[in-house]
Design a protein around this ligand. Structure first.
Ligand code: NAP
Length: 320
């Protein structure tokens, strides 16, 4: 079977398309024939060898994907061969024709959702759900800022918050990104590259600030977020690419909480709740993953360059 294989850490050019042996599922495992793989920023950190989790080499990247069940290992129940599924983690990597997955990482794929869309669900929607509901305890009727709403996690947060009855503002760095954020359910969109957008956000919130802020780039925005948070506001930090100086006093005056999160830290009780909520949203159409760009598997290097570039527009997906 064909797979992208990394034999040394480095730039996008280390992602090579190879022919590798077919996979067989062990006990408790599912073999999925993939038709699409989602590209996430974390795949690039692992490729570069710079992530806290440094994979052993050779390594096939990717956690997200969608396809059909090809074979079931012993002891696996609740799935059938040929069933459409999406996966949110893989033991062998999803940039490949086949992926081995633990049973709990494989979810049924609603017929409303294409394979390319299914490959956008696992990490982005799981992280957005965990940020909003499990860490920031967002409630219907609250006002939410999704800071960085044009990318994978941000658009998922916009759709989830809107479906749950919140008032949603989202930011993007381009007019095209702002249009997309509005189209996907935000009540208002703001340009995070403009000089006075934080004043505009505060005005839009009725000068009360935001009950919940979902933050994808905390090293740039956390100090601003502390000023934009309402009394009892919660800032959910899910992405950061460096350090930042903040004034801790800003948390005191309005009882503001900063909560960090990693999807990997979801407990065995929390994880099935994430899956159940996402599957329901995909089934009833409230959640509609946005595929911004599709590239063939062999173009994984270009996909890794694109996912780290500005001007995000939904998800980048490799078709297989
Ligand atoms: P993505 O699809 O590449 O989107 C990146 C987003 O960041 C875009 O909306 C981009 O907007 C926005 N952005 C750029 N500059 C910004 C600024 N100054 N202020 C606010 N937003 C800005 O990436 P993603 O998959 O959504 O992931 C986002 C981050 O979360 C990444 O750092 C990723 O590693 C992290 N993450 C963490 C977890 C976790 O478990 N904690 C899980 C998934 C992802 P424009 O391009 O329109 O400017």
């Amino acid at each position: 079977m064909k797979a992208i294989v990394i034999r040394e850490f480095g730039g996008p050019e280390v992602l090579k398309l190879e022919t590798v042996p077919e996979l067989k599922p062990g006990a408790g495992e599912v073999l999925v024939r993939l038709h699409a793989a989602g590209v996430n920023p974390v795949d690039t950190y692992r490729r570069a060898g710079s992530h806290s989790y440094r994979p052993s080499l050779p390594h096939t990247p990717g956690n997200d994907g969608a396809g059909v069940v090809q074979a079931l290992g012993s002891g696996v129940s609740g799935l059938s061969v040929g069933q459409r599924v999406y996966v949110n983690a893989s033991l062998s990597g999803t940039y490949a024709e086949q992926a081995l997955c633990a049973r709990e990482s494989v979810q049924p794929l609603s017929k409303n959702v294409s394979f390319a869309q299914g490959a956008c669900v696992g990490i982005p929607y799981g992280t957005a759900y965990r940020a909003l509901f499990q860490r920031a305890k967002a409630q219907s009727g609250e006002t939410v800022l999704v800071h960085g709403a044009s990318g994978g996690v941000g658009l998922a947060a916009v759709q989830l918050a809107r479906a749950a009855g919140m008032r949603v503002a989202g930011t993007a760095g381009t007019p095209r990104g702002m249009d997309l954020v509005l189209r996907e359910g935000a009540h208002a969109a703001f340009d995070h590259s403009s000089a006075d957008y934080t004043a505009e956000l505060m005005e839009w919130s009725g000068k009360k600030g935001f009950d919940v802020i979902v933050e994808v780039l905390a090293n740039v925005n956390l100090a601003k977020d502390l000023q934009l948070a309402a009394r009892y506001g919660r800032i959910a930090v899910l992405g950061s690419r460096g350090t930042i100086e903040i004034d801790p006093r800003e948390t005191m005056a309005r009882d503001v909480s900063i909560v960090g999160l990693s999807l990997r830290n979801a407990t065995p009780e929390e994880r099935p709740r994430i899956d159940a909520a996402l599957n329901a949203g995909l089934e009833d159409g409230a959640l509609k993953p946005v595929v911004g760009r599709e590239l063939p598997l062999a173009e994984a290097p270009e996909a890794h360059r694109a996912v780290m570039a500005s001007g995000a527009f939904g998800k980048i997906v490799l078709t297989i």
